[in-house]
Design a protein around this ligand. Sequence first.
Ligand code: 5PA
Length: 329
Amino acid sequence: MHPKVDALLSRFPRITLIPWETPIQYLPRISRELGVDVYVKRDDLTGLGIGGNKIRKLEFLLGDALSRGCDTVITIGAVHSNHAFVTALAAKKLGLGAVLILRGEEVLKGNYLLDKLMGIETRIYEADNSWELMKVAEEVAEELKGEGKKPYIIPPGGASPVGTLGYIRGVGELYTQVKKLGLRIDTVVDAVGSGGTYAGLLLGSAIVNAEWSVVGIDVSSATEKAKERVKNLVEKTKELLGINVKVQEPRIYDYGFGAYGKIVKEVAKLIKSVGTMEGLLLDPVYTGKAFYGLMDLAKKGDLGESVLFIHTGGLPGIFHYGEEMLELL
Ligand SMILES: Cc1ncc(COP(=O)(O)O)c(CNC2(C(=O)O)CC2)c1O
């Protein structure tokens, strides 16, 4: 771990949910095809349940919940939400209750099937985006308080200053690994949903004074909103940390193909080719679109000679949308 990051984060409650460092993997065939060195930080292997990027945030969010004596976690997402499932699973692992506030059609596939298999309480609502359901989360919290419980609300994607600490710590781990391996990384690339991961990568990279640039791939085709959310998160997290470091402007590109969750042929084909070329599985909602953007930008020469992709997980998305993807191939 990075001493400066460690010192900065040591005063915040954190529960260890990731018992190891996730590996960095080189992709020889993709690199040869692109003429750019492509590495992957395997944060799909964070280990709890389906793994993924959210576990890093949950170490601080659930650490905070426990330090406040909370006993029930409430969070929000789409029915296929990776974040919602792993949040509830981690809560249960820690002996906490969990209520998921989900939006969209109940389909017993992927993460929603996992929600049910694990006996997680889910409540389904109609909403165009997860943030609209924060009001419902507050109502559910009041209901639980009425039952004598101590609820803890986690916003969509864990996109709060406390959640953002997760990827500041993640950058500390990544930077130390890159130095130890003697790698030179020009650009780090990650998918942008709620913006918490990207905000943590930006702020963490500034704290360790990393040489690389950080690029976000917007998977929802709502890039200006994503930039605003990221900027706001960076500023609020700097306040939480009591620091005033200069952070690069968010560099976010739209590869949402028109809408969040839209399953498209280009991405389905890319998932197949990356899977068969490198044995690496991407998902159609987040990492498949993000990797598509990485390859497109790399071909244009926009990412330098050496790129590192943060694989943020999302495997259940293949099982939620697999039949739709198959029809496109
Ligand atoms: C596999 C995967 N990769 C990247 C992201 C984007 O992360 P951020 O939300 O931190 O921007 C998600 C998010 N998922 C959300 C969810 O509800 O699952 C928060 C949207 C993700 O699941």
